[in-house]
Design a protein around this ligand. Sequence first.
Ligand SMILES: [Zn+2]
Length: 236
Amino acid sequence: MIDDDEACRFCGRFVLEVDGWAESMRPYHQMRASWDENASFFWGSFHLGCIRNFPERETFRREAATWVSTVEDVVLLRGGDGETHEVPRRGLGFTDLVARLPSGELYENPRFNEWAYVEESGPFHFIDMHRAEALGRGERVRGSAGGRSILLSKDPQVDVSTWDLVELLDFLDVRDLYQEMLDTLEPKYRYVDSGRNRFGLVLDYSLSCIQAYPSDLARFFGEYLSGYVPKRLEDA
Ligand SMILES: [Zn+2]
């Protein structure tokens, strides 16, 4: 059985988090889930590929773009009483639309050197100055390798410290969802630690891969940053 926290909101299968390929949204974020009549806001784990294949990805994309580009607004939610209520909502405040590309839209934060990129097919990404500059130079950019902790879906009864990434993905029965990452995005996996709690075996690992940003986004940064004046923290 897959713990709810690690089940993809779209396909229900295990999400092994890796920046740019499989991620999660914290419960306190307020992106509207207008495609889902059982939820007001979207949160939880997901494979980015599952958003791209989601029949309502256009609605997802629209809600993502609104959420990242809004400072504050009011959304209409149906309450437990069946009535519709006006609820204040906070967005991420990337208010400046600086590029509308074939592959997606790029929003800039008016206070910081940060961008939110919403793919035409739904998934969104956050890009700091370091990544933007590397992209602009035509480099491949590796995602962050932050340590992560997962509860394995069943007890492997073996020494998981010796597993490589393919063995882990096979155990979780999701290798097909990561095959393209394995083949093209040079994942770096490292076992960190493991231990039992009352629910099962918890594995700590770090994992990163090259970010599959589209070429028109890289080209845009190359041109845009040549005339860009970085915002200074003291002005923010
Ligand atoms: Zn999925």
